[in-house]
Write a protein that binds this ligand. Structure first.
Ligand code: FAD
Ligand code: 2HG
Ligand code: ZN
Length: 486
């Protein structure tokens, strides 16, 4: 089957208006360039189905075309906010971008079961709002929530700022609906919390980055809304102090600790530089003549009352200051201030993007090892890449650091990336391995780390993954070249 025959078939399935083809008048940049601007691909077409049945028919048509030798493949796409070049087409012009954005309905909200069932193209922020309007909390929370979709969150097993209490997207998901690589529909939209009837198919598709099938719907957990939420922004003398503060916060707040994010001074200074309207507390403030290197955002969600939350927070901060873990802190007085403090943290990736192209690492290591890891790795980087600037921040409560590297001040950023990225990555990933960590805790593998993965995962694990990929997608048609080469 030729590409033009396939495109006609796709038009008959989703309607001609929803098969987009790049032309002088139709710039498809939002679908074909990744969020970080690292790569721009070429799509055979962007196809926008509006139902699970349409997705299945599109996949069947592509599978038939592929079998007939066309070489077409499919890149599932949600909000295209991924960090590892996984949701955009390659340069071949043979890939269909299958955008789930038109599938954006809430299918069912079951308060008694504490679940919401959704189309995969629902934007995360709309899901949070739908739950809130019904009196529930949907805890998944990412800086990209205004654009990213539930399907993309599941495809990447996204983390974000509430994982310390509620877990990754995987932990929030009870059931999935998936279109397989053969175009069959697996209806696994169970709202069950317990089900031991064999292999866990749901967990196979979560975090598979669209390489095994297309998630078209999901049943997700909701939680009770807290009675009160308090946010503190604390300045700390060291990363060791941040780990001690985390332990203390876990002891004082227990399940009330819903956020614990660490931010290095340089990361915060980029927010101050690129978004001067945001007032970053303690930026450049010296304590005993030294600018403190780290700040932390802490969130306390309380099921009792605001007064209870305040009393708990005060006790925690007092004890932390007495122990020297905290030098000073501000506590948000109202929701507006609370949002402003969170906004500072969430603006770091945007500020870094304004600063220029950069090397990102979303690594994880045991929480207790993080200070030592940073000390040793900082020193090694300074020795091998003099002047490289470290943008260091992240989800300390989960042992997940964004250990990002920006070119030296005044250097050509694109050239730095091109010439130094492999060396920087090798140094950082080797250190991660020495500390028994993972080279990706959040953003996944995509195409950026696909060649690295075999160096850092055991051959047995790689072969098991290949076996799964071959069994579920024998034509290698679902997001080929991402996560794993077969
Ligand atoms: P896309 O970017 O469209 O796709 C991501 C991957 O999932 C691709 O491999 C794609 O093929 C696959 N995919 C998409 N939809 C489906 C589907 N329906 N079925 C199967 N596979 C699918 N990530 C975090 O984990 N934590 C953060 O805190 C965080 N913060 C961010 C902040 C900013 C400012 C930005 C820009 C990104 C951030 N991210 C974060 C990364 C990104 O937002 C997440 O990975 C998000 O889950 C991607 O969702 P998306 O809808 O944009 O997916
Ligand atoms: C975050 O935690 C995201 O803000 C993005 O995961 C991290 O841009 C990054 O490196
Ligand atoms: Zn993150």
């Amino acid at each position: 089957m030729s590409f033009s025959t396939l495109l006609q078939t796709l038009q008959s399935i989703v309607g001609p208006a929803h098969v987009l083809i790049e032309s002088a008048d139709n710039d498809l940049v939002q679908y074909v360039r990744d969020w970080r601007g690292r790569e721009r691909g070429v799509a055979l077409a962007v196809v926008r189905p509006n139902s699970t049945e349409q997705v299945a028919a599109v996949v069947k048509a592509c599978a038939a075309s592929n079998k007939a030798g066309s070489g077409v493949s499919i890149v599932p796409q949600g909000g295209n906010t991924g960090m590892v070049v996984g949701s955009t087409p390659d340069a071949s012009g043979t890939q269909i971008v299958l955008s789930l954005q038109r599938m954006n309905n809430v299918r069912k909200l079951d308060g008694g079961n504490g679940t919401i069932t959704l189309d995969a193209g629902c934007v995360l922020q709309n899901v949070q709002q739908a739950c809130f309007d019904a009196g529930y909390l949907f805890p998944l929370s990412l800086g990209s929530q205004g654009s990213c979709t539930i399907g993309g969150n599941l495809g990447t097993n996204a983390g974000g700022t509430q994982v310390v209490r509620f877990g990754n997207t995987r932990e929030l998901c009870l059931g999935l609906e998936v279109v397989t690589a053969q175009g069959e529909i697996w209806s696994g939209l169970s709202g069950l919390r317990k089900d031991n009837t064999g292999y866990d198919l749901r967990d196979l598709f979560i975090g598979a980055e669209g390489t095994l099938g297309i998630i078209t719907g999901a049943t997700m957990k909701m939680y009770p809304l807290p009675a009160a939420k308090l946010i503190a922004f604390a300045v700390l003398p060291s990363l060791d102090a941040a780990v001690s503060l985390l332990q203390l916060a876990q002891k004082h707040l227990s399940a009330g600790l819903t956020g614990f994010e660490v931010m290095g001074q340089f990361a915060l200074s980029l927010v101050g530089k690129h978004f001067p309207q945001q007032r970053v507390p303690f930026l450049g403030t010296a304590f005993s003549g030294v600018v403190a290197p780290y700040c932390v955002v802490l969130e306390n969600s309380d099921q009792e009352s605001e007064a209870h939350a305040k009393a708990q927070f005060e006790r925690l901060l007092e004890e932390a200051m007495e122990a020297g873990h905290v030098l000073d802190a501000v506590v948000a007085e109202n929701m507006t201030q609370a949002k402003q403090l969170w906004h500072i943290r969430e603006s770091i990736p945007l500020a870094q993007a304004q600063e220029g192209l950069n090397i990102k690492h979303d690594i994880s290591i045991p929480v207790s090892s993080i200070p030592e890891f940073v000390r040793v790795t900082d020193a090694k980087l300074a020795e091998s890449f003099p002047g490289a600037r470290l943008v260091n921040y992240g989800h300390l409560g989960d042992g997940n650091l964004h250990y990002n590297v920006q070119a030296p001040e005044g250097a050509d950023q694109a050239e730095f990336l091109e010439t130094q990225e492999p060396g920087v990555n090798a140094l950082v990933f080797d250190m991660v391995m020495q500390f028994q960590g993972s080279i990706s805790a959040e953003h996944g593998i995509g195409s950026l780390k696909v060649e690295k993965l075999p160096h850092y995962k055991s051959p047995v694990a790689m072969e098991l993954m290949r076996t799964i990929k071959r069994a579920l997608d024998p034509q290698n048609m679902m997001n080929p070249g991402r996560v794993i080469e077969v």
